[in-house]
Ligand binder design. Structure first.
Ligand SMILES: [Zn+2]
Length: 419
């Protein structure tokens, strides 16, 4: 099965020049053929991968595009392939219309599809075959694995290589499910599980976010021309401040990713079925008051991690429709008590008198819905999982906080609340 291995790389100055050249050419090809496809489309002509390949060969033979030959030819073909898959995603309505890539984007990349080797803490790929690029080899690639492709990227002035590897192992068959969990992703707390485990939003992270904002504000006061055609140089203070902003930005980004990895590992190790709600993140970000914390918790990144880790471990992620009224139903008796404002953290069911913590109740509902047992409470399900509010046995957490069954302790709630 395919897996990605990502490493930080440390290219020399000359290598950086060549890498940047690859970014530029890949970006150019991507944009060129995006334009090309649009023009052909207007003429009523269909464009497929082969047409664009032939066009690329023609282009490289023209004098004015000779410079395209300085980079690995296969990375140019990969740029076309990437454009191709962007279009097919668009046609399948999985994403929006492909956009032009800009030099100004902080994330730049190119991909080499063949002839990749990792040895002696170095990665070798076409045009980088002589000495290879130094990398920090923190995770072993299995010896019998086939290296399918390598993507070199730059993020906030750091360089990385992501190597796609076929480890020759069969995709694990879904295991017989023994337990299940529902996850409610909140604003006050990052995740609340149906087993009463809370993964808090990291406070220090929010603090750093504030610091970052301050640095950025200071940056905006430094001398730097933003108008086109103006040749005023960036001031030294601007350059220094910009470096500071970027450094903190990278730090915050890495810390958050690290935290998400810890939680997604812990959950995919312990549970066989993981039910999550697909919240309408885009819609929520429009709400200004919530926007910062939503972006902070990096919801979609977390679901992405859950999904690929589950596929490695033979576990199942069930995505629950965002319109499922998880916070309206009583997980004890099933009564629907209607919408509640976000500031209502605790409520008592009028039908059965059970007092719920809003988020835990929602996560139990999500689990039960995922198991198809929402209307079948208090009966054991087909996979033998108790579907009512009873937590699974033997669940441990290194990164979360276990709260008492029933309702959450008051001090726990206040100390975890953020923003
Ligand atoms: Zn009830």
């Amino acid at each position: 099965m395919l897996k990605a291995y990502k490493y930080r790389i440390y290219p020399t100055k000359a290598q950086i020049t060549l890498i940047e050249k690859h970014f530029g050419c890949s970006r150019f090809i991507y944009n060129y053929f995006l334009d090309f496809r649009q023009k052909e489309y207007v003429k009523g002509k269909k464009v497929n991968y082969n047409t664009t390949q032939a066009e690329l060969t023609k282009l490289k033979n023209l004098d004015e595009y000779k410079w395209l030959n300085e980079v690995g030819s296969q990375s140019l073909q990969m740029a076309i392939r990437n454009l191709d898959s962007a279009f097919s995603k668009f046609f399948k309505k999985k994403s929006g219309y492909p956009k032009y890539k800009s030099k100004k984007q902080t994330h730049q990349s190119f991909t080499a599809p063949q002839n990749i080797k990792v040895a002696n803490n170095r990665v070798y790929l076409p045009k980088f075959t002589k000495d290879g690029i130094k990398l920090k080899y923190h995770r072993d690639i299995p010896t019998n694995a086939i290296l399918k492709q390598a993507t070199i990227s730059r993020q906030n002035n750091q360089y990385f290589v992501s190597i796609l590897v076929d480890d020759n192992m069969p995709i694990p068959k879904p295991i017989k499910a023994k337990n299940a969990v529902g996850l409610d992703m909140g604003i006050e707390n990052f995740i609340i599980t149906s087993d009463y485990v809370i993964y808090p939003n990291q406070k220090h992270f929010i603090k750093q976010q504030k610091k970052l904002k301050k640095l950025q504000r200071r940056l905006s006061r430094k001398q730097y021309s933003r108008k086109k055609g103006d040749t005023t140089l960036k001031s030294n203070n601007y350059i220094k401040q910009k470096a500071k902003v970027q450094k903190l930005h990278t730090k915050v980004y890495n810390q958050r990713k690290d935290y998400l990895h810890k939680i997604s590992n812990e959950i995919t190790n312990q549970y066989d079925i993981i039910c999550v709600e697909t919240l309408n993140v885009k819609g929520m970000i429009k709400n200004k008051r919530l926007s910062k914390s939503i972006a902070d918790v990096a919801w979609s990144e977390f679901i992405r991690q859950l999904e690929y880790k589950s596929s490695w471990k033979g576990k199942t992620v069930l995505k629950i429709d965002k319109w499922f009224p998880s916070s309206q139903l009583c997980s004890n008796c099933g009564a629907n008590s209607g919408k509640k404002p976000l500031n209502i953290r605790k409520w008592t069911c009028k039908e059965c008198g059970y007092t719920h913590n809003r988020d835990i109740n929602a996560s139990v509902n999500i689990r039960n819905y995922g198991l198809g047992q929402i209307d079948n409470r208090n009966t054991a399900g087909t996979v033998g999982i108790q579907a009512c509010g009873v937590p699974s046995d033997g669940i441990t957490t290194a990164y979360g906080v276990v709260v008492s069954h029933g309702s959450m302790k008051q001090e726990a709630q206040s100390s975890l609340a953020v923003g």
